[in-house]
Design a protein around this ligand. Structure first.
Ligand code: NAD
Length: 410
């Protein structure tokens, strides 16, 4: 099943619950605009490299569209489409005044030098600059992109439209980035878990964790879980996995990875095959890397009691059903990883106001937003008598449908 089909299946299950008809469904599921651009650059060797960039603008009923840009060899129109639609539902779950979009360039960022990455970024912005902007569509970092790349987007966009830092979020602090943004998705994952566990009278420190992916989201989630007293027993990245049943020293591991770029050579832990991380005997499994990692072929092997979707769409609909039948609680991506877009929103607000917030204020607002969204999510689950994923979609769809109806057709 493709990523778009999977998202559509989750959408449909919830849209029926909130009473949407076929026409409204079609209107909400169809992307507003799909952009595909050629990005040709000169490589450092003097040869030519041609890459394809995508931006899908899914929906803007509730405000300007918002979503990351991914640099990865698996970027394709289907996945960008699915991710753009997830952004529409995610911004609605946490009630931000945004719609949803997503972009990506099909490339392997590990094979590109700094100069090549910069030229590629500028070529991509040249292709899409007329269709993005602080009031239209605001990109941000995602897999394979970071604050440095956001700075090049600001600079390239400025050549066409003047200096306008609100065109992207996740920027360096010196260029209008927000304090707290780098850690925000990982912090949001922590806050989401705190809200979930509190329902059972438990805390983050009461559980053991395995985290797939040790990039921005995975490493920040690990760091904050460890600071809260939780025991992170295993982590992985694209090159390997490490474990220590007594708990990894996450602060030391983060320092090590900043230097060595890979978890697998970290000395104070055992190596094991990266794919096995999903089946470890831990309380909480946190996929924080790619989509579609839990499928009907391996969902039966999961032993965790909770799955917290830090990555986007890590669980296929078939796996979702299998895991649900086994009583495994899944905190869905459109809530669990919404901390990033929430603080991106705060960055954009600061840019528009030409004002800076203290980090404490940012983190406090994030905590409030995640709490309020969790209350809304539980209320949706109770009133519809459904699981948390369907409840999150139902909540989001009803908000987007209402805004769409209020704006009318014109
Ligand atoms: P990143 O590029 O910083 O890190 C990705 C990590 O995943 C790296 O450690 C990489 O080595 C690892 N990885 C790749 N393939 C792997 C594999 N097969 N097995 C194990 N590890 C693997 O990306 P990120 O920003 O941390 O994003 C991770 C996920 O979180 C993505 O699904 C992204 O869409 C989602 N997300 C990110 C943000 C954000 O603010 N960055 C916000 C919401 C959701």
């Amino acid at each position: 099943m493709s990523a778009t089909e999977a998202t559509y299946r989750n959408f449909r299950r919830a849209s029926r619950l909130v009473g949407l008809g076929n026409r409204e469904e079609l209107q909400l599921i169809t992307p507003k605009r799909e952009i595909k651009v050629e990005c040709t650059i000169e490589l450092d060797t003097g040869t030519i490299g041609t890459y394809v960039g995508f931006r899908v603008q899914h929906d803007d009923a509730r405000g300007p569209m918002k979503g990351g840009i991914r640099y990865h060899p698996a970027v394709d129109p289907d996945e960008v489409n699915a991710l753009a639609s997830l952004m529409t539902w995610k911004t609605a779950v946490v009630d931000l005044p945004y719609g949803g979009a997503k972009g990506g360039v099909n490339c392997d960022p590990r094979q590109l030098t700094g100069g090549e990455t910069q030229r590629l970024t500028r070529a991509f912005v040249e292709g899409i600059h007329d269709l993005i902007g602080p009031d239209r569509d605001i990109p941000a970092p995602d897999m394979g992109t970071d604050a440095r790349i956001m700075a090049w987007i600001v600079d390239e966009y400025a050549k066409f439209h003047g200096y306008s830092p609100g065109v992207v979020t996740g920027k360096p602090i010196e260029l209008g980035g927000s304090l707290g943004r780098e850690a925000a998705t990982g912090r949001g994952v922590l806050l989401a878990m705190e809200n979930l566990f509190a329902e059972e009278g438990k805390e983050v420190k009461d559980f053991t964790y395995a985290i797939q992916g040790f990039g921005n989201v995975g490493s920040w989630a690990a760091r904050l879980i460890a600071e809260s007293g939780g025991t992170v027993v295993a982590v992985s990245d694209s090159r390997g996995a490490i474990r220590n049943p007594d708990g990894l020293d996450i602060a030391a591991l983060c320092e090590f990875v900043a230097r060595e770029r890979a978890v697998s050579s970290y000395p104070d832990a055992d190596n094991f095959p990266a794919d096995d991380l999903l089946y470890l005997d831990v309380d909480v499994l946190i996929p924080a890397a790619l989509g579609g990692v839990l499928t009907r072929h391996n969902a039966g092997d999961v032993r965790a009691r909770y799955i917290i979707e830090a990555a986007n769409h890590p669980v296929t609909p078939e796996a979702d059903e299998m895991l649900g039948e086994r009583g495994i609680v899944i905190l869905p991506d459109i809530y669990a990883n919404a901390g990033g877009v929430t603080v991106s929103y705060m960055e954009w607000v600061q840019n528009i106001q030409h004002y800076r917030w203290e980090e404490e204020r940012v983190n406090g607002e994030l905590r409030k937003t995640m709490k309020k969204a969790f209350i809304d999510l539980k209320e949706s689950a109770t009133s519809h008598g459904c699981d948390l994923r369907t409840a999150a979609f139902a909540l989001a769809i009803s908000r987007v449908a209402r805004a769409t109806a209020l704006r009318g057709i014109g």
